[in-house]
Ligand binder design. Structure first.
Ligand SMILES: [Zn+2]
Length: 224
């Protein structure tokens, strides 16, 4: 009996390999779809078997519905990033609210699903906008690691930034819509193998959100 008890205690303390939860990270791509870079990024994600979250701009989604459909069909999450990248504080609240609703319609007409995530352009959102987003049943999310790919940061520098700042539960900000030449595809080819070697698994933002509901801890990149 005592032996059994010892055995059980041992098993509880030293869980077998493979039952430990892996570190998690969410790659996010904003502002697309883009005629060139979205397909390149989807191909890289596919080769590594990585799932990500795309915060699409309604105007671009309307122009490239086949790319939006590809994102969705490949298992990536789609979030709302307004219709014309309208920044809170620079446009009226009414205009942004209308843009969010319009973008929901554009996305759901292609994917059949209304997004449950919203990312405010430039990460800016006041109290009223956050309240509106919540009433629509959405969670507003920004990021904790900014790759600055939009500023044409060299791929090696982007990768170094991620290595220095990533941690369990990080949301990494990247863009599939960047003015040419975009450093993002090359940076991804450095970042993904590094994160795999470092023991991370790639999840969508909603999967991180589900974990928040389980643990009760709310990372600061979830707004509101
Ligand atoms: Zn953006």
């Amino acid at each position: 009996m005592r032996f059994l008890c010892l055995l059980l205690s041992f098993a509880m303390i030293f869980r077998p390999c493979g039952t430990e939860r892996k570190k998690r990270v969410a790659l996010t791509f904003d502002d697309g779809p883009h005629a060139v870079y979205t397909a390149q990024i989807l191909q890289i994600l596919y080769e590594y078997g990585v799932t990500a979250t795309f915060f699409v701009v309604g105007y671009n989604a309307e122009r490239y519905p086949e790319l939006l459909r590809a994102q969705f069909d490949l298992g990536h999450e789609i979030g709302n990033h307004t219709y014309s990248h309208t920044v809170s504080g620079k446009s009226s609240l009414e205009k942004i609210e209308e843009e969010i609703k319009t973008t929901d319609r554009v996305i759901s007409s292609v994917t059949g699903a209304v997004p449950t995530l919203f990312r405010p352009p430039e990460g800016k959102a006041g109290r009223e906008l956050l309240d509106f987003v919540r009433r629509l049943g959405k969670t507003a999310v920004i990021w904790d690691v900014d790759t600055r790919d939009w500023a044409h940061t060299p791929p090696e520098k982007i990768a170094e930034n991620v290595k220095q700042n990533v941690h369990d539960g990080s949301v990494i900000l990247m863009h599939d819509f960047v003015a040419a030449p975009s450093p993002t595809p090359e940076a991804l080819k450095l970042i993904i193998p590094y994160l795999i070697d470092a023991g991370y698994e790639f999840v969508t933002v909603s999967e991180l959100l589900a974990e928040e509901a389980e643990t009760g801890s709310r990372p600061s990149y979830f707004l509101g």
